[in-house]
Ligand binder design. Sequence first.
Ligand code: GCO
Ligand code: MG
Length: 405
Amino acid sequence: MKITDIKIFVSCPSRNFVTVRIETDEGLYGLGDATLNGREMAVVAYLTEHIKPCLIGRDAHQIEDIWQYLYKGAYWRRGPITMTSIAGIDMALWDLKGKAAGMPVYQLLGGRSRDKIKVYGHANGQSIDDTLNHLGKHIEEGYKAVRLQCAIPGLAGTYGILAGKKDYYELQSNRPLPPEQPWDTNKYLNFIPNLFKAARDQFGSEIQLLHDVHSRLTPIEAARLGKELEPYNLLFLEDPIPAENQSNYKHVRHHTTTPLAVGEVFNSIWDAKELIESHSIDYIRSAVTHAGGITAMRRITDFASLHSVRIAPHGPPDISPIGHAAHAQLNTWAPNFGIQEFVGFGGKAINEVFEYSLAYADGHLTLEDKPGLGVDYDDLEAKKYPYKRSYLPVSRLEDGTLWDW
Ligand code: GCO
Ligand code: MG
């Protein structure tokens, strides 16, 4: 099965998505997600200029060799642009192999380990009451696990909180430059335990709760937060500190029994190696789309399982339905699957452009058995939704100092 063409599409049916379509001489095509939020066009350039010309004419069945060729053969290894580009190609090749075999990708990985995929949703609000109302709605919809984020009193704007039902992405549509948000660690640390205390007081101990720090703390501050949240029994505390310094997680770990999760910005197994080997974390949150595809995530998953670490793949709205489908395939197989982040697919336009065989019910996703990833992409329909330049916000302290993500 020879690769005859590789098409790269960018569209914005509510969010920017980069979609890879590998075409073959057997008439089959494979689809992959290569979306990197805020850096979409850099990935498009890498795919168009540096990957596509090298792959035309190769055997699409040689997934491993193509992965090694693009990773080891590049000389300049790793990095988000390279690894997201490799991910788009790798996913499309797995999709193709599944279609050629007439089997869903999870069968090729080793078969089904579970019937359905447990997910966690997001409850946000401008106040504790607001956030708890949103949590209540999730519980009514059957969610067994929910992430809680709340606007921090005294801070004008908090990331991850929908202000008047708009997020940072929509807010910047008339001014496509990185928005800026204030940050104050003291206000944050003083407030967050109250949110979780109120949630447990109102909803009891059954519902699993999570929280995302977005890497804003130092190790000792994260240790304090972890300790203060212990009475509220979190499923995990996500990205408490930046992870360039993997050994920093040991400090957090040694001070608290709150489980820790990290990895959404990682782009290779090397970013997580020490964290996993030293058992400094409980969940690895790398995404198929950003960590080099299914081939790479299968390795990360196996490596993590040796150290009692479970996978909890990053599942934000800025990963396309193709990336979510790849996660569903991986999660159906992975013996050490933990939980999948899932906030739904942003509306009508997405469903006109993408087809996917995933359905939410009662706190879980179920995957319909279809060959490959079980997805499709309508490139003509997608033309109605052209790319819009857009950025994630940056954080600054009150005095103007640029702060960590
Ligand atoms: C999450 C994330 C997202 C990211 C976003 C970046 O846990 O879902 O932290 O909110 O910030 O996906 O592109
Ligand atoms: Mg996160």
